[in-house]
Design a protein around this ligand. Sequence first.
Ligand code: ADP
Ligand code: MG
Ligand code: ZN
Length: 199
Amino acid sequence: MIRISPQRGGWLEVICGPMFSGKSEEMIRRLRRAEIAGQRVVIFKPRIDDRYDAADVVSHAGSRMRAVPVTSVAEIVEHARGYEVVGIDEVQFFEPALVTHALELADRGVRVVVAGLDQDFRRLPFGPMPELLSHAEFVDKLQAVCHRCGGPATTTQRLVDGRPAPYSGETVLVGAAEQYEARCRGCHEPGVGAALAAA
Ligand code: ADP
Ligand code: MG
Ligand code: ZN
């Protein structure tokens, strides 16, 4: 007994995990398949992330796909018109308003795929990610390979001169000389000041 006709698509997918876990790779894989299916597809990424190519999403393994670099959520709203599938990479860097707009797109029938870090280098929830996770229809939490022990890594270790970065550091550093490793829970080293923050 069907009383109403089925709703047209529209949902939110989250791909999260630490650095090197294959989030960008997975984003590219999903959106490329949507393209093959003849859907209108666009990927956005924050302009902050110019580690590789300003106009591409590039994975650590080298796969890439055209992306629109944006500086604000408003730019996403403006440019997303007319697309059936909207990807947003490095979503942790966007302001909280991203959540409302991602959900509005999904409500309008758009398939929204967001990828990003679920935790910062302190292992605290990162930016709009917690809210996105709670609203999403589909969630995938990917694991990297722990740079130390080879086990499944779920955290991102920030290092400065090879040592754990201080806990009080900025959450987002642009163009700084820090390094990152994927680490498992057992190998993640809290930086100086972590115990103080927990007390
Ligand atoms: P993310 O977007 O999550 O940072 P990418 O999709 O850019 O991840 O990169 C994933 C690729 O990085 C893997 O397929 C692999 O080739 C490479 N890689 C390098 N170091 C690691 C690691 N420690 N664990 C897993 N993959 C790694
Ligand atoms: Mg990535
Ligand atoms: Zn480990």
